[in-house]
Design a protein around this ligand. Structure first.
Ligand code: SAM
Length: 243
């Protein structure tokens, strides 16, 4: 376990993030349900339902992990659409591919092990690029946002779903208690791993809040950037366009 790796150097951080996700890959879905009381499913549905996407589109889901977003997006792009799941972690991608295959989702899916900071795709190759609960883990977020912009076609949309800053004052102490007391307990009880969930709470607090992330998207070249808070800012959806 690795408590409090707040100030570790960049190369070490990347390695630690890899360890966190390799260690939780098998329990990842169960833990999401437990930690959020199932609400992450609602956030993900909303994220996909409001995406700018049409049948036949080619979509990249970055940090796609176990495939929740890709499975939902498949319904929107239909049989003629294509979904590329990109993730830096082979263990998460394998869980994703197995789950997708179990659900009968085979045609139109591609799995690519890649770092969001340096994408192995040509310019202008996707109609939509999504990243859900992933940007927080990326070391060089500015680079990842520039890459998302680069691989989008003109007119295409980028969408970021991520934990953000809680806006309701009364809720903050409850949220902190949940993050720092309950989460690590759930982690050790159900995943045998308190450290990874300690990391989760810390990474959420360090992630740029709503307005700052919007500014970062603008700096990466996106136009018409905006965000929408869900559940009082526990998470936010940021959008931007390539024009
Ligand atoms: N999008 C999925 C979801 O919403 O359930 C998975 C989110 S999971 C919390 C974060 C994922 O980000 C992990 O699968 C991890 O391997 C991946 N990840 C972390 N750093 C990354 C990077 N630099 N590039 C690509 N993926 C990365």
């Amino acid at each position: 376990t690795h408590f409090g790796f707040r100030d570790v150097p960049v190369e070490q951080k990347q390695k630690l993030v890899a360890e966190v996700f390799s260690s939780v890959a098998g329990k990842y879905d169960l833990m999401n349900d437990l930690m959020s009381l199932g609400i992450h499913r609602v956030w993900k549905r909303y994220f996909v339902a409001t995406a700018q996407v049409r049948p036949g589109d080619r979509v990249l889901d970055l940090a796609g992990g176990t495939g929740d977003i890709a499975a939902l997006l498949k319904d929107r792009v239909g049989d003629t659409g294509e979904l590329v799941l990109g993730d830096i972690n082979g263990a998460m991608l394998r869980v994703g591919r197995d789950r997708m295959t179990d659900r009968g989702n085979v045609r139109g899916f591609e799995y690519v092990q890649c770092n969001a900071e340096k994408l192995p795709f040509p310019d202008a190759s996707f109609d939509l690029v999504t990243i859900a609960f992933g940007l927080r883990n990326v070391t060089d977020k500015a680079a990842a946002l520039r890459e998302m912009h680069r691989v989008l076609k003109v007119g295409g949309q980028a969408r970021v779903l991520e934990f953000s800053e809680v806006t309701a004052d009364w809720f903050k102490p409850i949220y902190d208690f949940h993050s720092f007391k309950i989460l690590p307990k759930l982690g050790s009880l159900f995943a045998g791993d308190a450290g990874s969930y300690q990391y989760l709470a810390e990474s959420i607090r360090k992630h740029p809040p709503q307005a700052e992330l919007k500014g970062m998207m603008e700096a990466a070249g996106f136009a018409r950037c905006g965000f929408r808070n869900l559940s009082a800012g526990i998470v936010a959806i940021h959008t931007g366009y390539r024009v």
